[in-house]
Design a protein around this ligand. Sequence first.
Ligand SMILES: [Zn+2]
Length: 469
Amino acid sequence: MWREKVQEYEDQIIEDLNGLLKIESVREDNKADEDHPVGPGPREALDYMYKLAQRDGFESHDVDHIAGRIEAGEGSDLFGILCHVDVVPAGEGWDSNPFDPVVTDKDIIARGTLDDKGPTIAAYYAVKILNEMNVNWKKRIHIIIGTDEESDWLCTDRYFKTEEMPALGFAPDAEFPAIHGEKGISTFDIKQTSKDDELDEPDYELISFKSGQRYNMVPDEAEAHVGVKENMTDVIQNFEQYLSEQNLDGESTVDSGVLVLNVQGKAVHGMDPSIGVNAGLYLLNFLSALNLDKTAANFIDFSEKYLFESHFGEKMGMKYHTDTMGDVTTNIGVISYDKENGGQYGVNLRYPQGFEFEEAMDRFKNEIKQLGFTFEIGKDQKPHYVEKDDPFVQKLVQVYREQTGDEAEPYTIGGGTYARNLDKGVAYGAMFKGSEDLMHQKNEYISKKQLFDATSIYLQSIYEICVEG
Ligand SMILES: [Zn+2]
C-alpha cells in the first residue's frame, strides 16, 4: 500500500528532485559573506527547499542562511529528519553535465543524486504524502536541512546552538537497514621535543622526511632525504633488497651527494588502516637499520616501538574491542621530519563506545615524555551509539524488512555520518544492498526504483513513529 501511495507522486518527485539537482550547491569560500555563509550555491539550495515547503503548505524556519527546517506534524514530542543539500564538487570525467540531470528509463544522473539530494527529497515526500493523507499526527516533525555537511558541519553546529534538539531522529544519508553506532574519531599529533647534540659524526644524517597529507588516509607515498658520507652504493643496494623483501614499490636517486629514497604504499581510508600499506612507516622501518644521527634515530625508534605494523593501538597499549563496535584503530596519516625541528606523527584514532579515551591519552602522554615526545589533541568526536534493540531502531529496521524482504541487521561503522549530530539518531538509507555507491564520484546516479523504494520506507516509518507512535 505504501509503495502504491508513492506511485501517485513519482513524476512530482522527479521534477522536484531535478530542480534541486540543477543548483550547483558546492561550498565556495571566496564567494561567502553573511548572507551566503558557505557561498551562493548552498544558500540557493536551502531556499529551494523552503519554496517547496511553502508551495505544499508547510512552515519553514531559517537559521542564518546556513541551515534551517521544514515543520510538520503536531504534538509535544519532536522527531527529526536530518538532511543536507550541499554537494562535493563535480570533479572530472563525467559523461554528462553533473548539474543538468539526465533522466533515463531507470536512473537519474547528476551530482548529489545519492548524497544527499535524492534521499532529502525522498524524506521530504514521505512527510508531504502523509500530510496530504490528513493523518492524525502525534509528533511534531522537523526536516532539518544543512548546507555544509561535505566540509565542516558549520550548518549543524550553528543550528543546534539555538534550535531544539529532536528527541529522536534519522539521517537519510548512508545505508539501509540502519547504522546504529559510529566510533569515536580523534586526531592527535605526537611531536619530538628534545634534540640531541651530536658528539660523533654519524655515518648517515636524516635531512628531511615527508609522508601523507591527511589524518584520515593511509599515506601511499613517502620520501626521505639522507646525507650519506660513504658507502652510498651499499645503502642503495640494501634499499632495493628491502623493497623486494617487503613487496613494495619505490626508488632511490642521488642528488648532489644527498640520497633521496621514495616508497609507495597503498592509500585506503584511515578507518581501516590494516588493509592499506603505510609508505611512511615502511620507509622509517628501512631507515631504522642505518646508523643515523641521534635525533633522527630517536624519532625512528618511536615509530618502531609504538607505530610500525600496529593498526589496532596494540603497541601504544590502546588495544580495545567490543563485539558491537569492533576495535580501536590507529592510522598514522601524516609524518614529517626535518633536522632543524625534529619530527612529528599525525594520528587518527577511532574507538568504540566504552574505550576510556582521556585515560588512555594521559597514560600515553606520560610514557612518551621520558622519550622526548609531547602530544597535542586536535579533535575528539565521541562515539555515537543507539542500542540495537532500542524500540526506535527496531521499528526502522522492521519497516525496511517488511518492504524489502531483506533480513539484514543494523550495524556499526568506523566512519562518521551526519546522524551523530542528533542526540538519539541513526543513519537510515537511502542506499540499498545492491546500490552502486558513486557518492563523491563521477557519474553519480540514483535509480528510480531506489528513490521510490526509499520514499516508501520513509513513508511507513514516519507513519508508524509519528502517527501511530
Ligand atoms: Zn552526505
